[in-house]
Design a protein around this ligand. Structure first.
Ligand SMILES: Nc1ncnc2c1ncn2[C@@H]1O[C@H](COP(=O)(O)OP(=O)(O)OP(=O)(O)O)[C@@H](O)[C@H]1O
Ligand code: SF4
Ligand SMILES: [Mg+2]
Length: 371
């Protein structure tokens, strides 16, 4: 799912990079309200998501596709959001970016963001104009499908330049220079020449690099990368992931890295949040989750990763069945129809709560201590 939306929206100046000062539309009232929505400076994570719920409402039904999701990301760290197709990863990301149209979506919970000056913002309390001033500036996203996010009728240099005009109000010559510098930073050779190219004139890998350049143009504090390399071949994928990690180190930004592939998680993430059918089923530091997964779903995901060293005669262990249709979510544990450890009369009846043993991990399974 990819929104057909501009990253930036109406022209808003970022002023001192702390309080959004709209120059057109919204006016001073919005700026004042923005200032009121920020609380005193302090330490803590760059992003804290607490009990995030997203429902899609129609006249006939309410579909809760994100259900009580919580996690936090510290400065300079990466959290991987993992799960099969349809588990709610993109909807969670779009909710954080304020990109879900409400209605039909209804978003609740808390999304707290701490800016470079240490001030905290409650994203769900900001107006659309205030959120637009954050997007593409202090908070940025690389979308799942780059071609639907790049504008085919503008050169890639102009598209990066536009982000700088909106958020930094730089002069034309400065913007051009900064756009070329950004194309160089994201690994595009002959950047000055490539800045004049249209998206269709570039390879898939180059287009994805342009998307990364647009997202990083204003050096955001938080980057959400939604399956940024899924459509690319493995060599290009590895190069882009390495470049993204270097840029993250340089800029010190926090990153939410969305993927359905647990194989790339160890390469990029400090911690992992595993989602199933809209809920977090397990979370914790990457090494621990990969070495000693506690939830049967995480174990099944890990067992389904192809390994170069594996015995060719051994079939890959696929997870039986599919992610449930949330309009008819299974009773008890949502994973029970596919779980090899399910116990009849227990797992299909009792809803597991999220447990947080005092080791920085969470798990949502009735039987995790026995398994
Ligand atoms: N606008 C919408 N209206 C109704 N349901 C939606 C809407 N957008 C997403 N959904 C549903 O929300 C659920 C989660 O979708 P989401 O796109 O977040 O999955 P995902 O984990 O990102 O999957 P993928 O790996 O395929 O990208 C799916 O069941 C999807 O059909
Ligand atoms: S609660 Fe039961 S069905 Fe659900 S993951 Fe744990 S063992 Fe499997
Ligand atoms: Mg998605």
């Amino acid at each position: 799912m990819t929104p057909q939306l501009s990253l930036a929206g109406p022209r808003l100046a970022a002023s001192d990079g702390v309080v959004c000062q709209p120059t057109v539309g919204g006016g001073q009232a919005a700026a004042d309200r923005g200032a009121r929505n920020a609380v005193a400076p302090g330490d803590g994570p760059i992003l804290e998501v607490r009990d995030l719920c997203v429902e899609f409402r129609t006249s006939k039904a309410r579909l809760r596709v994100v259900d009580g999701v919580s996690f936090a990301i510290e400065k300079g760290k990466t959290v991987a959001l993992v799960g099969e197709s349809g588990s709610g990863k993109s909807v969670t990301s779009l909710a954080i970016m304020g990109l879900l149209q409400q209605p039909p979506a209804a978003v609740s919970g808390e999304i707290r963001f701490r800016d470079a000056a240490g001030r905290q913002w409650q994203f769900l309390e900001l107006s659309d104009n205030e959120m637009r001033a954050f997007r593409g500036d202090r908070v940025s996203m690389i979308f799942q499908e780059p071609m639907t996010s790049l504008n085919p009728v503008h050169t890639v240099g102009d598209q990066i330049s536009e982000v700088l005009l909106i958020h930094r109000r730089m002069k034309r010559a400065q913007r051009r220079e900064a756009a070329i510098r950004m194309l160089e930073r994201v690994g595009i050779p002959e950047a000055a020449r490539r800045a004049e190219a249209y998206p269709h004139e570039l390879s898939g890998g180059m287009r994805q690099r342009v998307m990364i350049g647009m997202a990083l143009a204003c050096e955001p504090s938080l980057l959400i990368a939604d399956e940024p390399t899924t459509a690319l071949d493995v060599t290009i994928q590895a190069q882009i992931l390495n470049d993204l990690k270097s840029l993250q180190r340089e800029m010190g930004m926090a990153m939410l890295f969305v993927t359905h592939d647990l194989g790339v998680v160890s390469e990029v993430a400090h911690s992992v949040v595993v989602m199933y059918a809209g809920q977090v089923v397990e979370s914790g530091p990457t090494a621990e989750i990969l070495q000693s997964p506690r939830h049967p779903y995480t174990r099944a995901l890990l067992a389904s990763i192809p390994r170069a060293s594996a015995d060719r005669e051994q079939p890959l262990t696929a997870i039986p069945g599919t992610v449930p249709d949330l309009a008819h979510a299974p009773a008890g544990c949502r994973f029970h129809p596919r779980c090899s450890q399910a116990v009849q009369g227990r797992c299909d009846v009792q809803v597991p709560a999220t447990e947080s043993p005092a080791d920085g991990r969470t798990v949502r399974c009735l039987r995790w201590r026995e398994l």
